[in-house]
Write a protein that binds this ligand. Structure first.
Ligand code: ZN
Length: 247
């Protein structure tokens, strides 16, 4: 096969993967064999989960599309979705179930605080993460690019920030979750949905002052953690308001 040249231009925040600070990165890839567009894009360091639109010589294509001759490729992220070519977008927006890797404990806690379903085990290895993702149809949250590039990953997201509150805002925006926020409905420790509990049901587990000052409780049916609107609650409320004001 005759060697050929692919010219890729990456738009918007895809440039965080390319270290390009001044505008859209352009990368030339000389190739000598038929190659899928997914492999070409990922060889530049951009996971396919971050790519929402691919134009090859101005035609929209999917990840399976292969190239075997010179081409110009435009690659766009999920942000700035116009109405243009809306039907050809590659990513799904309205996903509400996630699995996050062991480094994203803060993000996991925040998302649960907002009521979202996030599977998380601090010690889970890559294989276990992918298993949970497939079995429970969850989107994978990780800052491990290699893992996101795995062919089995359909939905995922790479948090750009290393700060948990910023990551939370990113995920809510990326998956358009702002209308689904339901604070204090899910256990922060184990992800189960909380149930109302009467004071009588939980009283023998409460500290003396809590017994006196509080009357409304929620309990986790899985791990038995009890929640009430104590001083930690006010702190969490503040955090929720801070996140909400940005989404
Ligand atoms: Zn629990």
């Amino acid at each position: 096969m005759k060697p050929f040249n692919v010219r890729l231009r990456f738009h918007g925040d895809l440039n965080v993967f390319l270290g390009s600070k001044a505008g859209d990165a352009v990368i030339e890839r000389p190739l000598a064999e038929k190659t899928s567009i997914k492999d070409i894009i990922e060889s530049c360091g951009v996971p396919h989960t971050e790519v929402d639109l691919i134009l090859v010589d101005n035609q929209t294509v999917g990840f399976d599309h292969t190239l075997s001759s010179d081409a110009k490729v435009e690659i766009s992220p999920v942000e700035n979705r116009g109405t243009n070519r809306a039907e050809k977008r590659l990513q799904t927006i309205g996903i509400i179930r996630f699995v996050s890797d062991g480094h994203l404990g803060g993000l996991t806690r925040n998302l649960r605080l907002l009521g979202f379903d996030v599977a998380y085990a601090k010690t889970a290895d890559d294989r276990q993460l992918l298993e949970v993702m497939v079995r429970e149809n969850r989107a994978l949250l990780t800052r491990d690019r290699r893992l996101l590039m795995h062919g089995i990953v359909q939905h995922g997201y790479y948090p750009r920030s290393q700060n948990a509150d910023e990551q939370t805002i990113e995920v809510v925006r990326r998956f358009d979750l702002s209308k689904l926020v339901a604070p204090f409905t899910r256990c922060l420790r184990c992800n189960a949905l909380l149930e109302e509990a009467t004071k009588a049901e939980v009283i023998d587990k409460l500290e003396p002052l809590t017994k006196i000052y509080y009357d409304q409780f929620r309990r986790c049916p899985d791990c038995n953690q009890i929640y009430w609107s104590g001083s930690h609650f006010a702190k969490l409320q503040k955090r929720i308001e801070k996140i909400r004001s940005r989404i």
